[in-house]
Design a binder for this molecule. Structure first.
Ligand code: NOJ
Length: 501
């Protein structure tokens, strides 16, 4: 009898979740990033970004030795792509601007009008089709020339140069673009680019480079936000936010040490950039400050490897975002790890060892597993930690290695993650206003080249025309957007039904 009641209650809960609807005003979109899709790497006066430079000079860093020289060639396919977006039914399209396409010297001394025309055409045609552009100013495409001056984001001057660049793009496009994202994933960009040599600019300064880089990005974000307030907000009436990446860190056991290790990981991976902007007190999370200061001292450093903000800087950065952009892909389990005698590194500073459960479904990307419930927990953590800010999911998606059109595991991922999102909104009161699937079409997946495919549309990279074909997941997403619900029984015409375990 007890079992029957339990089963009944479970089915009530499941039905409820399935019946939840995305609230009125909730916006659906897809996302992309300039280097991953545009191609046209040397069109007009465009110069190399750090990714052009890396892939040209050091191709073996990329798993399949490929590059973004042509990528999906979105540069010459605006009409085709906007038509696809329109058919998909999205409200928003998130894309990024290539800094060296607009300012070939990195500085604002010279603006390449061809680069500007390309983005004007894209923005205008999106708007003409009822799609709102969501524009990322920096999705990792630093002009190589700026990397060569003082090592790019390790150089405090880059903050000023970035603010000038942001000023240029606000003035060029801000009459039509009203949702801006300053930076994409400071944690990944800085750690992998400046600490771990896994991404451009391939610097290997573990325990130091990543902190310096993120420190400067935080300053640049704060200063850009203040610039927008002073010069543009009243006229353009837009919003400026930042996109942070976060896994959910679940304690590996219920021991107090593991619970603390998981919370410390949340603070150090997400709080690192989120706390200075979204907390009431500003500045780095206390636990991060304490850990890195103590580790640095034990290692014999005279000053902490984690830089300090002045009081004035804390104020500039605090509150410097109108919304919280969130990229989420996976969950990890964390156990406490004592690391006081190891080499300086972000992981040692965190004092945690995070890993996957073997029970979790793998994906085509080894760093991501499918753990839908972690999404809801993460959203609740952000809600309670930062006083329920408006969150826009700027990325969430599933990569495989095939690009197959009959992509049931991707559909499973979206249905399951969106169901958790619905619960977070409806049952927990999390303030989430929009969602972007990563990604519009298969593209250049950074160090993995074209070996991992996250697209709703398949791209044939062997064909010079780069034809795009809708996968089954594109139709499923379209149905979610239209009905504002997740329907596990939906099968698009012409496809065989998926079987859910
Ligand atoms: C986050 C990054 O913003 C995006 O560029 C990347 O392709 C996805 N993660 C998938 O790894």
């Amino acid at each position: 009898m007890k079992r029957i009641i339990a089963l009944f209650l479970m089915s009530v809960v499941l039905c409820q979740a399935q019946d939840y609807e995305f609230p009125p005003g909730f916006l659906f979109g897809v996302a992309s990033a300039s280097y991953q899709v545009e191609g046209a790497w040397n069109t007009s006066d465009k110069t190399e970004s750090i990714w052009d430079y890396l892939t040209h000079t050091n191709p073996s860093v990329i798993l399949d030795n490929s590059n973004g020289d042509i990528a999906c060639d979105t540069y010459s396919k605006t009409d085709i792509d906007v038509e696809l977006l329109k058919n998909l039914g999205v409200d928003t399209y998130r894309f990024s601007l290539s800094w060296p396409r607009i300012l070939p010297n990195g500085y604002n001394d010279y603006i390449d009008q061809d680069g500007v025309s390309y983005y004007n055409k894209l923005i205008d045609s999106l708007l003409a089709n009822g799609i709102t552009p969501v524009v990322t100013i920096f999705h990792w495409e630093l002009p190589q020339s700026l990397q060569e001056i003082g090592n790019g984001w390790l150089n405090r001057d880059t903050v000023d140069v970035f603010v000038d660049y942001a000023d240029v793009v606000f003035s060029l496009f801000g009459d039509r673009v009203t949702t801006w994202i300053t930076f994409n994933e400071p944690h990944i960009f800085c750690e992998f680019g400046y600490s771990k040599a896994r991404m451009a600019p391939l610097m290997n300064l573990d325990g130091i480079g990543g902190y310096e880089c993120a420190h400067n990005l935080l300053l640049a974000n704060g200063r850009t936000y203040r610039l927008y307030n002073e010069k543009y907000r009243e006229i353009q009436q837009g919003r400026v936010g930042i996109t942070l990446d976060a896994a959910w860190y679940e304690p590996g056991s219920d021991s107090e040490d593991d619970v603390l290790a998981a919370e410390r990981s949340m603070q150090m991976l997400l709080g690192w950039v989120a706390h200075p902007i979204y907390s009431e007190t500003g500045n780095y999370p206390a636990v991060m400050r304490e850990r890195v200061d103590a580790m640095s001292e034990a290692e014999g450093y005279q000053t902490s490897r984690l830089p300090y903000f002045t009081d004035e800087e804390v104020e500039i950065i605090k509150g410097s975002a109108d919304f919280f952009g969130l990229n989420h892909y996976t969950t990890e389990l964390c156990a406490a790890a004592d690391s006081f005698d190891s080499e300086p590194s972000f992981e040692a500073d965190s004092g945690a060892n995070c890993y996957f459960s073997d029970n979790w479904e793998t994906t085509g990307a080894s760093q991501f597993r499918v753990v839908p419930w972690g999404f809801r927990k993460l959203l609740n953590w952000i809600k309670s930690e930062y006083n329920n800010p408006e969150v826009i999911i700027t990325e969430n998606g599933y990569g495989d290695n095939t690009g197959d059109l009959h992509d049931c595991r991707r559909i499973y991922f979206y249905n399951a993650y969106l169901s958790e999102l619905l619960k977070a909104i409806t049952e927990d009161g999390c303030n989430v206003s929009g969602y972007h699937a990563w990604t519009f079409m298969d593209n250049f997946e950074w160090a993995s080249g074209y070996t991992i495919k996250f697209g709703l549309y398949n791209v044939d990279f062997n064909d010079p025309d780069r034809p795009r074909t809708a996968k089954m997941s594109a139709y499923n997403y379209k149905n979610i957007i239209q009905t504002r619900k997740v329907d596990w029984s939906y099968t698009p015409e012409g496809f065989e039904a998926c079987e859910w375990e």
